[in-house]
Write a protein that binds this ligand. Sequence first.
Ligand SMILES: [Zn+2]
Length: 55
Amino acid sequence: MGEQPSDDEYRTCSTCGRDCKPDVSITSDEHGVRIAFVCPEHGVQSIVDPFADQR
Ligand SMILES: [Zn+2]
């Protein structure tokens, strides 16, 4: 399917390449809910704002 899609990098561990698990429980603050993608081996890989496009 071509090159590695950059759209998926935020949920893929940069160290081991496996899919990270989304976790919303640690990222709620005054800016609203954000989703952290957590690798079970390497910890949080990225934090995304699922509503960024709606602002
Ligand atoms: Zn990893």
